[in-house]
Design a protein around this ligand. Structure first.
Ligand code: DC
Length: 230
């Protein structure tokens, strides 16, 4: 039997491009609702990191698919473990930014990771952030938010984000903007589940809006959709 929104705990999908604020917003919303937070981008990053570790080519679909299937991943809030190793910060380098975008274009990897993402909903409500959560992973999600911001603002947030190893004087804004644009292009034009807003998602433009204002707005949308906060 397929689960319906009446029989399973609420799923809140938060999608959008890099630097739109998905991570901070999704974590705060999950905390406010006392439910789990799942960062699906971290799963693509972890597979890319492990592929590099094992010397698997980013063009080798069969090996990458097999790796996605067997790799042991543990996501707990922001922290990410691969085969028992804490990779929380090493998967956020510029190198992994582009490796993850390549891995995310591989259909077999997507198929496996989408299946693994769906399995998270079996054990309770969650806030899941990504690029295709409202369109592919959970088309029946109870609430779908699409966070966006101007390209300039997304690049400047990324450049000053210490979690991406880009903080400090050497984070040239123009380099970050160029890399972000290339990744956006790759995410939006891939054949399999390209980044796109679901028809029934609510668009939240975060340009010029402070984080607490965005969190408030998202919680209002959740409350309107679910009737009451769970
Ligand atoms: O959100 P992020 O920057 O950590 O994502 C890393 C890469 O994975 C990025 O290129 C987009 C891709 N991704 C995806 O294709 N689908 C998702 N659900 C999440 C991320």
């Amino acid at each position: 039997m397929t689960e319906t929104s009446e029989t399973r705990p609420p799923v809140i999908a938060i999608d959008g491009p890099s630097g739109a604020g998905k991570g901070s917003v999704s974590r705060a919303v999950a905390q406010a609702l006392s439910c789990r937070y799942v960062d699906t981008g971290a799963m693509y990053r972890a597979v890319a990191w492990m592929a590099g570790h094992e010397g698997i080519s980013f063009d080798d679909e069969p090996l990458l698919t097999e790796l996605s299937e067997r790799v042991e991943l543990r996501l707990a809030g922001r922290s990410v473990e691969v085969e028992g190793h804490d990779v929380t910060s090493v998967i956020r380098t510029a190198e992994i930014d582009s490796a993850a975008a390549r891995v995310a274009r591989v259909p077999g990897v997507r198929e496996v990771l989408v299946r693994r993402q769906r399995a998270y909903a079996a054990t309770g409500g969650l806030v899941m952030e990504g690029r295709d959560i409202g369109t592919t992973v959970f088309p029946e999600a109870d609430v779908k938010i699409y966070l966006d911001a101007s390209a300039e603002e997304r690049a400047s947030r990324r450049a000053s984000d210490p979690a991406h190893g880009l903080g400090g004087a050497d984070a040239a804004l123009s380099d970050v903007a160029t890399a972000l644009e290339a990744r956006d292009h790759s995410d939006r034009t891939r054949q399999n589940s390209p980044l796109t807003m679901a028809d029934d998602a609510v668009l939240v433009d975060t340009t010029g809006v402070p984080l607490d204002g965005v969190i408030r707005r998202v919680l209002e949308i959740v409350q309107t959709r679910l009737g009451a906060l769970p």
